[in-house]
Design a protein around this ligand. Structure first.
Ligand code: 1HE
Length: 252
Protein backbone atom coordinates (compact mmCIF):
# COMPACT_ATOMS: atom_id res chain seq x y z
CA UNK A 1 0.00 0.00 0.00
CA UNK A 2 1.33 3.48 -0.79
CA UNK A 3 0.24 6.65 0.90
CA UNK A 4 1.21 10.00 -0.65
CA UNK A 5 3.32 12.14 1.74
CA UNK A 6 3.39 9.33 4.29
CA UNK A 7 5.69 6.42 5.00
CA UNK A 8 4.09 3.46 6.72
CA UNK A 9 5.93 0.40 8.00
CA UNK A 10 4.71 -2.27 10.39
CA UNK A 11 7.25 -4.08 12.53
CA UNK A 12 6.23 -6.70 15.07
CA UNK A 13 2.81 -5.20 15.80
CA UNK A 14 3.97 -1.57 15.83
CA UNK A 15 3.07 0.70 12.91
CA UNK A 16 5.53 3.49 12.14
CA UNK A 17 3.68 6.33 10.43
CA UNK A 18 6.00 9.09 9.23
CA UNK A 19 4.97 12.36 7.62
CA UNK A 20 7.12 12.46 4.51
CA UNK A 21 7.00 15.88 2.93
CA UNK A 22 10.14 17.45 4.33
CA UNK A 23 10.54 19.92 1.44
CA UNK A 24 7.32 21.60 2.66
CA UNK A 25 8.15 21.01 6.32
CA UNK A 26 5.50 18.24 6.39
CA UNK A 27 2.70 20.78 5.90
CA UNK A 28 -0.60 18.91 5.68
CA UNK A 29 -2.32 19.19 2.32
CA UNK A 30 -5.48 17.29 1.36
CA UNK A 31 -3.46 14.35 0.03
CA UNK A 32 -1.55 13.98 3.31
CA UNK A 33 -4.79 14.07 5.31
CA UNK A 34 -6.27 11.43 2.98
CA UNK A 35 -3.16 9.30 3.51
CA UNK A 36 -3.40 9.53 7.29
CA UNK A 37 -7.05 8.56 7.04
CA UNK A 38 -6.33 5.59 4.77
CA UNK A 39 -3.35 4.36 6.79
CA UNK A 40 -5.23 4.31 10.09
CA UNK A 41 -8.24 2.65 8.45
CA UNK A 42 -6.03 0.00 6.80
CA UNK A 43 -4.49 -1.20 10.06
CA UNK A 44 -5.85 -4.54 11.18
CA UNK A 45 -5.87 -6.01 14.68
CA UNK A 46 -2.25 -7.13 14.37
CA UNK A 47 -1.27 -3.46 14.73
CA UNK A 48 -1.31 -2.87 18.47
CA UNK A 49 0.30 0.57 18.68
CA UNK A 50 1.45 3.36 16.38
CA UNK A 51 4.50 5.62 16.38
CA UNK A 52 3.81 8.91 14.59
CA UNK A 53 6.71 11.13 13.51
CA UNK A 54 7.94 13.44 10.75
CA UNK A 55 10.91 13.40 8.39
CA UNK A 56 13.40 16.26 8.06
CA UNK A 57 13.96 19.05 10.54
CA UNK A 58 10.35 19.53 11.58
CA UNK A 59 7.44 17.41 12.77
CA UNK A 60 4.79 19.42 10.94
CA UNK A 61 4.27 23.03 9.78
CA UNK A 62 0.47 22.68 9.98
CA UNK A 63 -2.07 23.33 7.31
CA UNK A 64 -0.73 23.68 3.77
CA UNK A 65 -1.37 27.39 3.35
CA UNK A 66 -0.87 27.28 -0.41
CA UNK A 67 -3.95 25.06 -0.80
CA UNK A 68 -5.97 26.93 1.77
CA UNK A 69 -5.56 30.43 0.38
CA UNK A 70 -7.70 29.55 -2.68
CA UNK A 71 -10.65 28.19 -0.69
CA UNK A 72 -14.00 29.80 -0.01
CA UNK A 73 -15.61 29.57 3.45
CA UNK A 74 -17.76 26.51 2.74
CA UNK A 75 -14.67 24.61 1.52
CA UNK A 76 -12.80 25.62 4.66
CA UNK A 77 -15.69 24.31 6.75
CA UNK A 78 -15.53 20.98 4.91
CA UNK A 79 -11.76 20.76 5.30
CA UNK A 80 -12.03 21.49 9.01
CA UNK A 81 -14.64 18.77 9.47
CA UNK A 82 -12.52 16.35 7.48
CA UNK A 83 -9.53 17.02 9.74
CA UNK A 84 -11.78 16.50 12.77
CA UNK A 85 -12.90 13.14 11.41
CA UNK A 86 -9.40 11.92 10.58
CA UNK A 87 -7.88 13.08 13.89
CA UNK A 88 -10.82 11.51 15.71
CA UNK A 89 -9.98 8.20 14.03
CA UNK A 90 -6.35 8.55 15.09
CA UNK A 91 -7.33 9.28 18.70
CA UNK A 92 -10.10 6.70 18.98
CA UNK A 93 -8.97 3.70 16.91
CA UNK A 94 -8.40 2.01 20.26
CA UNK A 95 -4.66 1.68 19.63
CA UNK A 96 -2.17 3.77 21.57
CA UNK A 97 -0.48 6.35 19.36
CA UNK A 98 2.92 7.66 20.44
CA UNK A 99 4.14 10.84 18.72
CA UNK A 100 7.71 12.06 18.36
CA UNK A 101 7.77 15.86 18.22
CA UNK A 102 10.77 17.74 16.88
CA UNK A 103 11.31 21.12 15.24
CA UNK A 104 8.11 22.93 14.27
CA UNK A 105 4.92 21.63 15.84
CA UNK A 106 2.79 24.40 14.47
CA UNK A 107 -0.94 25.03 14.00
CA UNK A 108 -2.38 21.88 12.44
CA UNK A 109 0.84 20.09 13.37
CA UNK A 110 0.04 20.65 17.02
CA UNK A 111 -3.56 19.59 16.38
CA UNK A 112 -2.31 16.32 14.86
CA UNK A 113 0.20 15.80 17.67
CA UNK A 114 -2.52 16.12 20.30
CA UNK A 115 -4.56 13.34 18.70
CA UNK A 116 -1.73 11.07 19.92
CA UNK A 117 -1.94 9.68 23.44
CA UNK A 118 1.71 9.72 24.40
CA UNK A 119 4.01 12.48 23.20
CA UNK A 120 7.79 12.53 23.25
CA UNK A 121 9.31 15.99 22.81
CA UNK A 122 12.81 16.38 21.42
CA UNK A 123 14.86 19.43 22.50
CA UNK A 124 14.53 20.99 19.02
CA UNK A 125 10.73 21.16 19.23
CA UNK A 126 8.77 24.37 19.39
CA UNK A 127 5.03 24.89 19.57
CA UNK A 128 3.06 27.70 18.03
CA UNK A 129 -0.47 28.63 16.96
CA UNK A 130 0.23 31.30 14.33
CA UNK A 131 -3.31 31.33 12.94
CA UNK A 132 -3.86 34.91 14.13
CA UNK A 133 -0.77 36.01 12.19
CA UNK A 134 -2.14 34.29 9.06
CA UNK A 135 -5.61 35.86 9.44
CA UNK A 136 -7.33 32.52 10.04
CA UNK A 137 -8.60 30.44 12.98
CA UNK A 138 -7.73 26.98 14.20
CA UNK A 139 -9.73 24.27 12.42
CA UNK A 140 -8.21 20.88 13.18
CA UNK A 141 -9.44 20.50 16.74
CA UNK A 142 -7.16 22.86 18.70
CA UNK A 143 -10.09 24.66 20.34
CA UNK A 144 -10.78 21.39 22.11
CA UNK A 145 -7.50 19.44 22.28
CA UNK A 146 -5.14 22.35 22.97
CA UNK A 147 -7.62 24.12 25.25
CA UNK A 148 -8.12 20.97 27.32
CA UNK A 149 -4.41 20.88 28.06
CA UNK A 150 -3.50 24.55 28.31
CA UNK A 151 -6.93 25.91 29.24
CA UNK A 152 -8.74 28.46 27.08
CA UNK A 153 -6.97 31.35 28.83
CA UNK A 154 -3.44 30.32 27.86
CA UNK A 155 -4.54 29.18 24.42
CA UNK A 156 -6.12 32.60 23.81
CA UNK A 157 -2.86 34.26 24.78
CA UNK A 158 -0.91 31.84 22.58
CA UNK A 159 -3.10 32.60 19.57
CA UNK A 160 -3.26 36.35 20.11
CA UNK A 161 0.48 36.83 20.48
CA UNK A 162 1.63 33.95 18.23
CA UNK A 163 4.26 33.10 20.85
CA UNK A 164 6.50 30.06 20.54
CA UNK A 165 6.84 27.67 23.39
CA UNK A 166 10.10 25.75 23.40
CA UNK A 167 10.52 22.06 24.21
CA UNK A 168 10.98 22.61 27.95
CA UNK A 169 7.87 24.81 28.11
CA UNK A 170 5.97 22.25 26.04
CA UNK A 171 6.75 19.47 28.47
CA UNK A 172 6.03 21.67 31.49
CA UNK A 173 2.65 22.70 30.08
CA UNK A 174 1.63 19.15 29.15
CA UNK A 175 1.90 19.37 25.36
CA UNK A 176 4.12 16.30 25.70
CA UNK A 177 4.97 13.83 28.41
CA UNK A 178 8.65 13.05 27.85
CA UNK A 179 11.59 15.31 26.99
CA UNK A 180 14.58 13.84 25.14
CA UNK A 181 17.68 15.05 23.39
CA UNK A 182 17.36 15.63 19.66
CA UNK A 183 17.53 12.40 17.70
CA UNK A 184 16.56 10.25 20.68
CA UNK A 185 12.79 10.59 20.43
CA UNK A 186 12.13 7.73 18.06
CA UNK A 187 13.91 5.16 20.21
CA UNK A 188 11.99 6.24 23.31
CA UNK A 189 8.70 6.36 21.39
CA UNK A 190 9.30 2.87 20.04
CA UNK A 191 9.99 1.56 23.52
CA UNK A 192 6.83 3.24 24.85
CA UNK A 193 4.78 1.90 21.95
CA UNK A 194 6.03 -1.63 22.68
CA UNK A 195 5.13 -1.24 26.35
CA UNK A 196 1.61 -0.04 25.58
CA UNK A 197 1.22 -2.75 22.92
CA UNK A 198 1.91 -5.36 25.59
CA UNK A 199 -1.17 -4.23 27.57
CA UNK A 200 -4.49 -5.92 27.06
CA UNK A 201 -5.95 -4.41 23.84
CA UNK A 202 -9.32 -4.09 25.54
CA UNK A 203 -7.79 -2.25 28.47
CA UNK A 204 -6.07 0.15 26.05
CA UNK A 205 -9.35 0.61 24.23
CA UNK A 206 -11.16 1.42 27.49
CA UNK A 207 -8.45 3.85 28.62
CA UNK A 208 -8.53 5.68 25.32
CA UNK A 209 -12.31 5.87 25.07
CA UNK A 210 -13.59 6.06 28.62
CA UNK A 211 -11.26 8.73 30.04
CA UNK A 212 -11.92 11.17 27.25
CA UNK A 213 -15.67 10.70 27.47
CA UNK A 214 -15.78 10.81 31.26
CA UNK A 215 -14.03 14.18 31.01
CA UNK A 216 -17.16 15.53 29.27
CA UNK A 217 -19.56 14.17 31.91
CA UNK A 218 -20.97 15.36 35.19
CA UNK A 219 -19.29 13.91 38.28
CA UNK A 220 -22.15 11.46 38.89
CA UNK A 221 -22.20 10.25 35.28
CA UNK A 222 -18.43 10.02 35.19
CA UNK A 223 -18.22 7.90 38.32
CA UNK A 224 -21.02 5.66 37.08
CA UNK A 225 -19.29 5.19 33.71
CA UNK A 226 -16.05 4.40 35.52
CA UNK A 227 -17.77 1.68 37.55
CA UNK A 228 -19.42 0.14 34.50
CA UNK A 229 -16.17 0.18 32.53
CA UNK A 230 -14.31 -1.31 35.47
CA UNK A 231 -16.86 -4.13 35.81
CA UNK A 232 -16.80 -4.80 32.08
CA UNK A 233 -13.02 -5.08 32.04
CA UNK A 234 -12.92 -7.46 34.99
CA UNK A 235 -15.32 -9.78 33.19
CA UNK A 236 -12.80 -10.44 30.41
CA UNK A 237 -10.78 -13.69 30.50
CA UNK A 238 -7.64 -11.72 29.70
CA UNK A 239 -7.99 -9.58 32.83
CA UNK A 240 -8.37 -12.66 35.02
CA UNK A 241 -5.44 -14.37 33.34
CA UNK A 242 -3.19 -11.32 33.78
CA UNK A 243 -4.10 -10.95 37.45
CA UNK A 244 -3.58 -14.66 38.10
CA UNK A 245 -0.22 -14.42 36.38
CA UNK A 246 0.76 -11.46 38.56
CA UNK A 247 -0.28 -13.38 41.67
CA UNK A 248 1.86 -16.29 40.56
CA UNK A 249 -1.04 -18.67 40.10
CA UNK A 250 -1.70 -20.77 37.05
CA UNK A 251 -4.31 -19.31 34.73
CA UNK A 252 -7.68 -21.01 34.99
C1 1HE B 1 4.76 25.61 3.68
C2 1HE B 1 4.27 25.64 5.00
C3 1HE B 1 2.87 25.62 5.17
C4 1HE B 1 6.42 25.68 5.08
N1 1HE B 1 2.09 25.58 4.07
N2 1HE B 1 3.96 25.58 2.62
N3 1HE B 1 1.48 27.05 9.41
C5 1HE B 1 2.34 28.09 9.49
O1 1HE B 1 1.99 29.23 9.49
C6 1HE B 1 3.80 27.69 9.54
C7 1HE B 1 4.50 28.18 8.30
N4 1HE B 1 5.85 27.68 8.22
C8 1HE B 1 6.88 28.16 8.95
O2 1HE B 1 6.72 28.97 9.85
C9 1HE B 1 8.25 27.69 8.56
O3 1HE B 1 8.18 27.09 7.28
C10 1HE B 1 8.86 26.66 9.55
C11 1HE B 1 9.20 27.33 10.87
C12 1HE B 1 7.93 25.48 9.78
C13 1HE B 1 10.16 26.09 8.91
O4 1HE B 1 11.02 27.14 8.54
P1 1HE B 1 12.16 26.87 7.45
O5 1HE B 1 12.97 28.13 7.35
O6 1HE B 1 12.88 25.61 7.78
O7 1HE B 1 11.41 26.57 6.07
P2 1HE B 1 10.76 27.63 5.03
O8 1HE B 1 11.83 28.16 4.14
O9 1HE B 1 9.89 28.60 5.71
O10 1HE B 1 9.80 26.67 4.16
C14 1HE B 1 10.31 25.68 3.30
C15 1HE B 1 9.27 25.39 2.24
O11 1HE B 1 8.12 24.83 2.89
C16 1HE B 1 8.79 26.63 1.54
O12 1HE B 1 8.40 26.26 0.24
P3 1HE B 1 9.36 26.56 -1.03
O13 1HE B 1 8.60 26.03 -2.21
O14 1HE B 1 9.56 28.06 -1.04
O15 1HE B 1 10.64 25.82 -0.76
C17 1HE B 1 7.55 27.00 2.33
O16 1HE B 1 6.62 27.77 1.57
C18 1HE B 1 6.97 25.64 2.61
N5 1HE B 1 6.09 25.65 3.78
N6 1HE B 1 5.32 25.68 5.85
C19 1HE B 1 2.64 25.55 2.84
N7 1HE B 1 2.31 25.61 6.37
C20 1HE B 1 -6.99 22.96 9.84
S1 1HE B 1 -6.56 24.48 10.40
C21 1HE B 1 -4.87 24.48 10.78
C22 1HE B 1 -4.38 25.90 10.71
C23 1HE B 1 -2.89 25.95 10.61
O17 1HE B 1 -2.19 24.98 10.61
S2 1HE B 1 -2.26 27.52 10.52
C24 1HE B 1 -0.54 27.33 10.61
C25 1HE B 1 0.08 27.20 9.26
Amino acid sequence: MTYPHLRVRVDDGIAFVTLDRADKRNALNDAAIDSLDAAFRDFDDSVRAVVLSGTGEHFCAGLDLSENSARDPIDVLRVSQRWHKVFHEIQFSGRPVVAVLHGAVIGGGLELALAAHVRVIERSAFFQLPEGKRGIFVGGGASVRVARILGPDRMTEMMLTGRRYDAVDGERLGLGHYLTESGEGLALATQLARETAANSPLSNWATIHALSRIHDMSMADGLFTESVTSALMLATPEARERMERFLGRAAR
